[in-house]
Design a protein around this ligand. Structure first.
Ligand code: GTB
Length: 217
């Protein structure tokens, strides 16, 4: 059965692939699962019909027959469990890959989102100049630790996994900040993810929504 996901009708990122549907599209492309997309306006996201699928009135969601899921991490995990290619077969390696999925969403993403929200919504506050360095120091602490662990490796734990897929999409949230460039191995890691054919197909598909031009994928 072909799953349907939801995405922004008009993404505020102007097609830069920073919205959370990107990670779901990428996972589906990695495993070769075709999918359909239902585009939603901001007001449609808050309608009861969408809140049945997503209690917080957001994108992305995932529908497959009777199954309806929300939370991009849970959706990627579901895709990775149902198809081969995103989680290793070996039980220990699989558990470690899942650990990296949680690390991406629970340890690395929060300081990135905190900084992003503060720069976007709180720059006019009197305390902004004091607050931003505090948030950026916290973020740099985690990025330094992640950079140290990755070292010269291509991926976080052996072969590319759903842990890398989520970590790359999370780190892309730093696009335009200049902070990722302070860590050359993390920049190269993100570039390696972006070079994957499945990533490119997913990126082109979400960009096509913004430009209105069909993607080549
Ligand atoms: N924890 C949830 C998940 O991972 O699925 C978070 C979902 C979420 O934040 N969805 C956002 C949304 O629906 C879109 S992705 N927002 C509408 C609303 O809350 O009303 C977050 C996002 C939005 C825009 C940019 N951007 O423009 O760069 C980047 C990321």
């Amino acid at each position: 059965m072909t799953p349907t996901i939801t995405a922004f009708e008009r993404s505020p990122d102007r097609g830069r692939g920073l919205a959370r549907d990107m990670r779901v599209r990428w996972a589906l492309e990695e495993v070769g699962q075709p999918y359909e997309v239902r585009l939603l306006s901001f007001s449609e996201m808050k309608e009861p019909a969408h809140r049945v699928l997503h209690p917080f009135g957001q994108i992305p969601t995932y529908e497959e027959g009777d199954l309806a899921l929300f939370e991009s991490g849970a959706i990627v995990f579901h895709i990775a469990e149902r198809h081969s290619g995103l989680l290793p077969d070996d039980a220990g390696a699989r558990a470690r890959a899942i650990t990296w999925m949680f690390a991406a969403l629970n340890t690395i993403e929060p300081p990135i989102v905190d900084r992003e929200i503060t720069t976007r919504e709180e720059h006019a506050k009197t305390w902004y100049a004091q607050r931003l360095p505090v948030l950026e120091d916290r973020l740099r602490l985690r990025l330094g630790e992640l950079s140290g662990r990755l070292g010269d490796a291509a991926w976080l734990d052996g072969a590319f996994s759903a842990g890398d897929l989520l970590m790359v999409t999370v780190l892309r949230g730093l696009s335009g900040s200049g902070i990722l460039q302070e860590y050359s191995n993390l920049s190269a890691y993100v570039a390696r993810g972006e070079a994957r054919p499945a990533y490119k197909r997913a990126f082109d598909a979400q960009l096509a929504v913004f430009t209105g031009k069909p993607s080549n994928g």
